[in-house]
Design a protein around this ligand. Sequence first.
Ligand code: MLT
Length: 241
Amino acid sequence: MKISVYYTPESTPDDIAPDCAVVIDVLRATTTIATALNNGAKSVKAFSDLDLLFNESEKLSPSDRLRLGERGGKKVDFCDLGNSPLDCSSESVADKQLFISTTNGTRALQRVQSASLILTGAMINYSAVVEYLQQHQPETVWLVGSGWEGGYSLEDTVCAGAIAKELIDYNQPDLIGNDEVLASISLYQQWENKLVDLFRLSSHGQRLLRLHLVEDLEYCAQTNIISTLPIQKQKGLLVSN
Ligand code: MLT
């Protein structure tokens, strides 16, 4: 298994595709997707375009669906919810089909559509990602951070580092796909016991704090509180593995 880390969707090569891509958006999209599926949502369909989300979700009756939309950290008007994992309780999501569009996470999912296998990872479920990869051994794996509008993000990189640390073997440098792998592991080892502090300092963390979303930040900084693994079943449609 050759592991590579890409800090942003834009930095992924566009002429090759991995066997498996793991999309990471710790604050907050992939945390929300895992939480919703863990709390009984039937599926989560991801869109980078809000109009497409609206038109496709219109095909279901309001009692069978939920629209989750976020831009700039804020809820999109026509959506039922924003992108807070704390809004995805079993009362609100159980047996519903979710339609989600966010600033970066769903764009990252779009970017890796040519991968044969797509998973999503966050701090709350990263061991589930590690276990799946160790069991299935895809030959090439990309850990793809969603970043912020093409820019680097600390929280996604630290999560990529947590996953990579469990997977790579320093005695096999040829399976370390790029330098970002060791850089992300180093960042994780530096901050693994104080993730909330790191998230508070991160640029998107500060954006969420300005929106008074400290509980979201604290929730997203927890590690392995669930074993739910979102996996893509068909284009953009994520279900619990
Ligand atoms: C994103 O996709 O950029 C994030 O999930 C945004 C957020 O929820 O704050």
